[in-house]
Design a protein around this ligand. Sequence first.
Ligand code: SAJ
Length: 423
Amino acid sequence: MTKTVCVVGLGYIGLPTAVMFANHGVKVHGVDVNPAAVRSIQEKKLHIEETGLQERLNQAVDEGFLTASTTPVEADVFIVAVPSPINPDKTANLEYVRQATASIVPFVKKGNLVILESTVPPKTVERIMIPELVKTGLDIGTDIYVAHSPERVIPGRIFEELVNNDRIVGGINKKSAELTKELYETFVKGTIHLTDATTAELVKVMENTYRDVNIAFANELAKMAEVLDVNIWEAIKFANFHPRVNVHFPGPGVGGHCIAVDPWFLVELGGEKAQIINMSRNTNDSMPAFTAQKTQSILNRNKIAGGKVAVLGLAFKGNVDDMRESPSVDVIEQLQHLGLEVISFDPHIKENKHETQTQSLEEATKEANIIVVLTDHNEFKTLNPLTISAENKIVFDTKNCLNREAWQEAGFQFHLLGDAKNK
Ligand code: SAJ
């Protein structure tokens, strides 16, 4: 029997997931509280950038397999894929998860399956979702089934990873997990591993925390590079030739809605026990200030007082249009704090999302005393430095994404984050 699916939350994960089911012959209804997002989907216009999404959305809507509205409808399966951000005090904000669950309560019937996809602190299904679902009056675990099936895809390669990545599915009981596995087998080619809901919640948060801690290690080493008199990128490259070593890379900070957020869930739950996680978060959060200070010291060394900084890259990482928790925003704030003037450019951030933004690379660089590259977009990697005119020919690469020789040959003084051999 073909199931019907209602996806609540049509953002970076909900929309690709909805589209994927629809492309595989499942009738999907997408729900979002934002009427503009719903309208754009109905009109087959994208409110997010993702490789392959437009074609798949067109197909889903044209074939009549994807509809959207601001309120849920009855379905066999409900998938909740809403944000789970942190509050200013770094505690988890689970209000969207709670509200989304509450919104489906009037539509949930006997035999339905409810799946949470959002990344959440361990025990969220138990403590936030179940108390809402109890209000259906149905028996949880026998009348309705509940599972956590965290997404694990990387923005920019979502469709490839949705299909090929393994999935971890945690049910509140065995039947819930099995039904969820059966559903995702519609398009998942990776192995689907079954466990309980709390373990699945922890696994997802652990994965991102592993990355955060590893990046913090790289950032700590980058800060030490000058003392050690090395190029840390070269050192990491060599260390990673060891078959059991995989050191991540330094940068101007860690952004995005996942890695910069999820470890705080464990800090909140673990308290004093979560020391390494807490310290890593703080190390990564210290990188924007470190980057700004380094920018200023380069200017000082060149005897440039004050100064205009051209920031290249507002997105939190290369080749995406996502600015959530972007370290670039913090770096700019820190630069301004130091009395520097900033003009920023990002070919992936289309509208005016930042007050320093210009849509013209030329305008950003022409009067710059220093160009600071914060995001490793392909457009920056392949920039021809001969076409860049600037007040002073100084460039600071924080992502090791530029061709040093080409920039130096074009007359630029080249600086790299984590490299003592800047010349
Ligand atoms: N970064 C570094 N150094 C590195 C790698 C990344 O500074 O060596 C920075 C990036 O520039 C960026 C941030 O970290 O600012 C995060 O980028 P990312 O590419 O590592 O991760 P996300 O946030 O795009 O996606 C992650 C992925 N998790 C893992 O790889 C363990 C993805 O699989 C998850 O689905 C996603 O989080 C999520 O939604 O949780």
